[in-house]
Design a binder for this molecule. Structure first.
Ligand code: P6P
Length: 341
């Protein structure tokens, strides 16, 4: 992986913009403002142990999950920073039930930002890496009297114009794709800039790591149990058993597997009858990471087919997720779809 240290994210975005004759700069403005939000979140996350910003608020969000103080902070911060830049017609947040309007006093734009402001936030108190995940669509409706329609957000993942994540860990990183490869940037706090550290990331075609919460084993169907048992079974020829690595923070687990190879799985389970398709959200988790992994040479499936081809029905719909090294995810698809037992 070639490295051109010293390239700032702004330089990189502008060079990508220059390579795209249709680029108007709107997208660069959008990402740059999101980066400012991430820098502020990073500062708060990294001092969370010192400020009274730890712990839960006592509220339950639209996902019926405990709301962490930093969740609320990050969500508000992204909304407030992004709503005034004049590039969005609306936003969708994992924390908010409906699409978020752009206040009338601000100009509107032609992009939709969907995001999970702080994924894995239950890990904040124990100093485990967490992240912000984002996906960007171009508006498709053209009603002059309506700013946006729900259908502008509920687009198939392959129509995303960009996607990526910020990882607040031992260092703060931004990993993104705009359809022209996957590039990683590391925040240099003393400089206050994200500098190119991982140019053109490629995920190994086959890994040696599987990531899944095995405490759900009893809630899986037989195909899912057979799949996880496959990765645990000794077979020298196929390099099994794989190593188990599961942090419980999607961005951290995904990022490790992106760099080292492997498969992350959050299968459908019968644990909660209200969530038969597993825990992860299609629009703000699976789709963005599916675009990143595909651009890096990997694959993301719901067990029966590509995540990026799924037609969304609702903003917060959940989906089983198998994502990572292409050959490993294809094996998962063979088990879950019943082609291999
Ligand atoms: P479980 C964090 O709450 C999250 O949404 C993802 O970041 C993570 O991968 C998953 O849930 C962990 O869920 O059920 O294994 O604790």
């Amino acid at each position: 992986m070639a490295k051109r240290a010293g390239i700032t994210i702004t330089q990189h975005l502008l060079s990508q913009q220059r390579e795209n004759p249709e680029a108007t700069g709107a997208f660069t403005i959008l990402l740059n403002e999101l980066i400012v939000a991430a820098k502020i979140i990073s500062k708060e996350v990294n001092k969370a142990g010192l400020a009274d910003i730890l712990g839960a608020t006592g509220e339950i969000n639209v996902q019926e999950e405990q709301v962490q103080k930093l969740d609320v902070y990050a969500n508000r911060l992204i909304i407030e920073r992004m709503q005034h830049i004049g590039q969005l017609c609306c936003m969708g947040s994992e924390e908010i039930a409906d699409l978020i309007d752009i206040p009338n006093k601000y100009p509107k734009g032609n992009y939709i930002l969907l995001f999970d402001p702080l994924d894995g936030s239950s890990n904040i108190d124990v100093n485990i890496s967490i992240g912000t995940i984002f996906g960007i669509f171009r508006k498709v409706s053209d009603h002059t009297d309506i700013n946006f329609l729900l259908s502008d957000a509920l687009q198939q993942g392959y129509k995303q114009v960009a996607a990526g994540y910020f990882l607040y860990g031992s260092s703060t990183m931004m990993v993104y794709t705009a359809g022209n490869g996957v590039h990683g940037f590391t925040l240099y706090p003393s400089v206050g800039e994200f500098l190119l550290s991982h140019e053109n990331i490629r995920i190994p075609e086959k890994g040696k790591i599987y990531s899944v919460n095995e405490s759900n084993y009893q809630y899986w169907d037989d195909k899912t149990k057979a799949l996880v048992d496959y990765f645990k079974t000794k077979d020298k020829e196929t390099g099994r058993p794989y190593t188990s690595r599961y942090v419980g923070s999607l961005v951290a687990d995904f990022h490790r597997n992106l760099l080292k190879g492997g498969i992350f799985m959050y299968p459908a389970d019968m644990k909660d009858p209200k969530k038969p398709h597993g825990k992860l959200r299609l629009m703000v988790e699976a789709n963005p990471l599916a675009m990143v992994v595909q651009q890096a040479g990997g694959y993301a499936s719901d067990g029966n087919g590509p995540i990026l081809q799924l037609q969304p029905n609702e903003l917060h719909q959940r989906v089983p997720l198998y994502i990572g090294s292409k050959k490993d995810v294809e094996i998962a698809e063979e088990f879950i779809s019943g082609k291999r037992g």
